[in-house]
Design a protein around this ligand. Structure first.
Ligand code: G3H
Ligand code: 13P
Ligand code: ZN
Length: 284
């Protein structure tokens, strides 16, 4: 089927209390792996393109691959821009066929974040493209972060209420203790903050930096209002881990397909596991 909007995927997820996985699509094998996992689990799925992915593969290649994947498939697939910070890039993504964009103004002062998010919404909403915003700082691991640092970095519930009221954004990424990349220790999520945010904000919430967060913590967060869970690092680990293994066992192998094929399989397995943890299996 043609690409679907993130809005419709998250609306259903929110009603039925599961989350849709948003997996970073960095190359052809990973796009294929995300699709295969979603089909095997009969799950809706979001493929997202980061700044690094766009730089590496090129916007048109990513859009082309994801569109082909979606069109050939019976499961709903959305294409989302991850951590967009440049208005012109947001426009290019929408023109190229993305069905959702994230405008990440989290590094800006609150009022500027609101103004830019509204500008993106004014353009995206009339054409059915959904918009994710971010409030708070999803930074390094939160080990040894003091209470006052937490308050400065994590999403302030009252600010979240004001932000959503002012912008009318479709979904909101919040900082509650997750970080991008590999964790040094076990991340501890601030569930109390999540509960406060959810009590003040009635839109789907998004968890970034979800690789390495224990399954039970992710599931608890989903029960409390997280509807989109972003995963990149765990796919990289599985993919590159398998490549390393194949190369170590076959040092003379020069056919990239013999190395990337098993890596793609390893990615399918980890994505299937995540889909089951998020509760979206069978929800296509
Ligand atoms: O949120 C960021 C992604 O996980 C990685 O971004 O592809 O630009 O390195 P990148
Ligand atoms: P991880 O790489 O930590 O899974 O984070 C992914 C992410 O948040 C993409 O926006
Ligand atoms: Zn992120």
């Amino acid at each position: 089927m043609p690409l679907v909007s993130v809005h419709e995927l998250l609306e259903k997820a929110s009603e039925e209390r599961y989350a849709v996985g948003a997996f970073n699509a960095n190359n052809m094998e990973i796009v294929q792996a995300i699709l295969e996992a979603a089909e095997l689990e009969n799950s809706p799925v979001i493929m997202q393109a980061s700044q690094g992915a766009i730089k590496y593969a090129g916007l048109e290649f990513i859009t082309g691959m994801v569109k082909i994947a979606a069109e050939s498939s019976p499961v709903p697939v959305a294409l989302h821009l991850d951590h967009g910070t440049d208005f012109d890039q947001v426009v290019r993504c929408i023109r190229s066929g993305f069905t959702a964009v994230m405008y990440d103004g989290s590094k800006l002062p609150l009022e500027e974040n609101i103004a830019y998010t509204k500008k993106v919404l004014d353009m995206a909403r009339p054409i059915g493209v959904s918009v994710e915003a971010e409030l708070g700082k999803i930074g390094g691991t939160e080990d040894n972060v003091s209470v006052s640092e937490r308050d400065a970095l994590f999403t302030d519930p009252e600010e979240a209420r004001y932000f959503v009221e002012q912008t009318g954004v479709d979904c909101l990424a919040i900082a509650i203790g997750t970080a991008h990349g590999q964790y040094k220790g076990e991340p501890k999520l601030d569930f109390e903050r999540l509960a406060q945010i959810k009590s003040l904000v009635d839109i789907p919430l998004v968890l970034h930096g979800s690789s390495g967060v224990p399954d039970e913590a992710v599931q608890k967060a989903i029960q409390m209002g997280i509807c989109k869970v972003n995963i990149d690092t765990n796919i990289r680990e599985a993919f590159v881990g398998e490549m390393r293994k194949v190369i170590a066992n076959n040092p003379d192998e020069i056919d990239p397909r013999k190395i990337l094929g098993p890596a793609r399989k390893a990615a399918v397995e980890i994505i299937r596991k995540k889909i089951r943890v998020f509760g979206s299996a069978g929800k296509a």
